[in-house]
Design a protein around this ligand. Structure first.
Ligand code: MG
Length: 364
């Protein structure tokens, strides 16, 4: 919303949605006067209605998100729902011909094949909002014809970088929610601590940029200044750099192909005399290895990975399982769920549902 506010001549908000934070939705809607809002939590509907209906703003609840994204006045849909919930609204928006600014990486993880072919059929562009993928997208400007040898996704390493399994056994929810560089929601912050976030991003990158898994490399870069890199077939490497601030990738997804002026803080290289790089520790942070495995198997396995992880993270946040057990849940689900080589949309829905049941069985 800050990005939109900084460029009122370029952007107008048509629809706003929220899960359960009615107060923030109301505050933002009073500022931006959207045509329509959706509050996911039905219990908050009346409160939002009372505040916004007198303003002439239409208010819907619950499942309406999947419909409102198709509204005529919309040019671009920024999908930033958390997890699997982003899938159906994104599919509907693509079918309605809306360009997508994708902040919901789980959509491509779960159903990359389906989403990318739908986007192609409907001549829809998917602009990455994830900072790493925005970096790669920016490195590729003017290079569309040139073969990529590989991409290097940078990872901060999260709050437990360099730690061993024995230490991780007893870390708390509060420890895991302290990210060193980025200020984000709970799900993605836990995913960053387990490196599952990087695993999901690897899968996301293969779909967004049409890459084989062996063309994606992960390097831990604790300063989060290089947001990711592309290596071309002549060996040249391009990197996109800057201070870690999500406003920049969000703005670029909204303003592409233009760059709009900002007053965001500028980077001073002399304040970062050392940029360092190290291998990710796949033995300690097994989620990253599991994501590579799921992507390599393909079919519905990334969908299994995602559903098992969503349950594992939510149970960890309820303090019902420990930090290391999150990987156990994902690994067991990957080995137990039936494999479907070319899933339909219904297969994804079924896989997601069954995996959640299985994951809860394993935990209980
Ligand atoms: Mg990211």
């Amino acid at each position: 919303m800050e990005v939109v506010e900084s460029h009122p001549d370029h952007f107008q908000v048509e629809v706003l949605t929220a899960g359960s934070n009615a107060d923030l939705l109301i505050e933002q809607s009073l500022r931006h006067q959207p045509n329509t809002v959706v509050i996911g939590d039905a219990q908050q509907y009346q409160k939002v209605m009372d505040a916004l209906d007198p303003q002439g703003i239409k208010v819907y609840s619950d499942g309406a998100i999947a419909d409102v994204v198709t509204m005529e006045g919309i040019d671009l849909v920024l999908t930033a729902l958390v997890g699997y919930a982003g899938l159906l609204p994104t599919i509907n928006a693509i079918k309605a011909g809306k360009n997508i600014a994708l902040a919901n990486k789980e959509t491509l993880v779960v159903a990359g094949q389906l989403i990318t072919s739908l986007a192609e059929e409907n001549a829809v562009n998917i602009y990455p909002v994830d900072s790493e993928h925005s970096a790669i997208f920016q490195c590729l400007l003017g290079e569309w014809q040139n073969p990529i040898e590989k991409i290097v996704l940078t990872a901060s390493g999260g709050p437990f970088r360099g730690r061993e399994r024995e230490f991780l056994r007893n870390v708390t929810k509060a420890d895991a929610l302290k990210h060193p560089n980025w200020d984000m929601g709970a799900k993605i912050t836990i995913d960053s601590a387990t490196l599952m976030n990087k695993g999901l991003e690897v899968i996301e990158a293969t779909w967004l940029f049409g890459l084989r898994l062996d063309q994606v490399e992960v390097v831990v870069h604790p300063q989060s200044i290089i947001h990711s890199m592309v290596q071309f077939n002549d060996g040249s490497i391009k990197a996109q750099m800057g201070l870690p601030d999500m406003k920049l990738p969000i703005l670029f997804a909204l303003s592409y192909p233009k760059r709009l002026p900002t007053d965001f803080p500028r980077m001073n290289f002399t304040q970062y005399p050392q940029l360092t790089f190290e291998q990710p520790d796949l033995q300690t942070f097994r989620n990253l290895a599991l994501a590579f495995e799921a992507s390599d198997k393909g079919g519905n396995m990334p969908c299994v990975l995602n559903a098992a992880n969503e349950i594992a993270v939510s149970e960890f946040l309820k303090e019902r399982i420990g930090f290391l057990e999150m990987s156990d849940v994902v690994e067991t689900c990957l080995s137990k769920m039936p494999f479907i080589k070319t899933p339909s949309y219904e297969d994804y829905v079924e896989t997601d549902k069954e995996t959640r049941i299985k994951a809860l069985e394993i935990i209980n």
